[in-house]
Design a protein around this ligand. Structure first.
Ligand SMILES: C[S@@+](CC[C@H](N)C(=O)[O-])C[C@H]1O[C@@H](n2cnc3c(N)ncnc32)[C@H](O)[C@@H]1O
Length: 205
């Protein structure tokens, strides 16, 4: 109920992007660096990062309405100033609403793994999405990813290594150390309870 109410009165946080190019400085009322999180779920990571770094801006894109409501509810309770949320498909939003060189960081934590062979094309990480991510990052910007599905970890590594604009920041050019700033989310703790390992990746433009 509180989530539904948060959505109704969430105009301070919820951005109706439509088909227009977003002016990020107007969105946040300042020109601070912006971290984008794609598929934030209920927003645990986004909230924690935004609270720890009030001098930075955080944009979240999510399709799951109850998750958006939950995040906005928390933003209202904690009077968060540096988060904005877009409801929609991240690929569409990146392609149609965001200019090149918009973000200093893009986070994709525990994307849906779509483990069945016939569903692999539904994975959000595909070559065209990797290209878009590279284009929307500022020079020197980084994309951080994490998954607890080994097959998706290998898939992401392969897809990102094929993008010439991005450099793998892992010392051995494979997986990276756990990203220090990455908070534990409900998906990660569930995976750990089930005995899953976690793989982190980091690429720089
Ligand atoms: C497995 S959950 C992980 C949520 C969160 N990152 C976490 O670690 O708890 C994946 C999330 O990605 C969202 N998602 C899937 N496809 C998306 C898309 N095309 N654009 C935006 N969000 C998407 C889903 O709605 C879901 O909330």
């Amino acid at each position: 109920m509180s989530q539904a109410r948060a959505l109704e009165h969430g105009e301070e946080y919820l951005v109706d992007a439509g088909d227009q190019i977003l002016e990020m400085e107007e969105l946040f009322d300042n020109d601070a660096a912006i971290t984008l999180e794609i598929g934030f779920g209920v927003g645990q990571a986004l909230l924690e990062m935004a609270e720890c770094n009030p001098e930075k801006n955080y944009l979240g894109i999510e399709v799951y309405l109850p998750g958006i409501g939950a995040l906005i509810h928390q933003c209202q309770l904690r009077a968060i100033k540096n988060i904005r949320v877009i409801r929609g498909d991240a690929k569409y939003v990146l392609a149609n609403n965001c200019r090149p060189d918009s973000f200093t960081q893009i986070n994709i934590f525990f994307p849906d793994p779509w483990p069945k062979r016939k569903h692999l094309k539904r994975r959000i990480i595909q070559q065209d999405m990797v290209r878009l991510i590279a284009q929307r990052l500022k020079p020197g910007g980084r994309v951080y990813l994490a998954t607890d599905w080994e097959n998706y970890a290998d898939w992401m590594l392969q897809e990102f290594c094929q993008e010439p604009a991005l450099k793998n920041m892992s010392v051995n050019k494979g997986f990276s150390e756990r990203f220090k700033e990455r908070p534990m989310t409900r998906f990660e703790s569930r995976g750990i309870r089930l005995g899953h390992e976690v793989w982190d990746l980091c690429f720089e433009k």
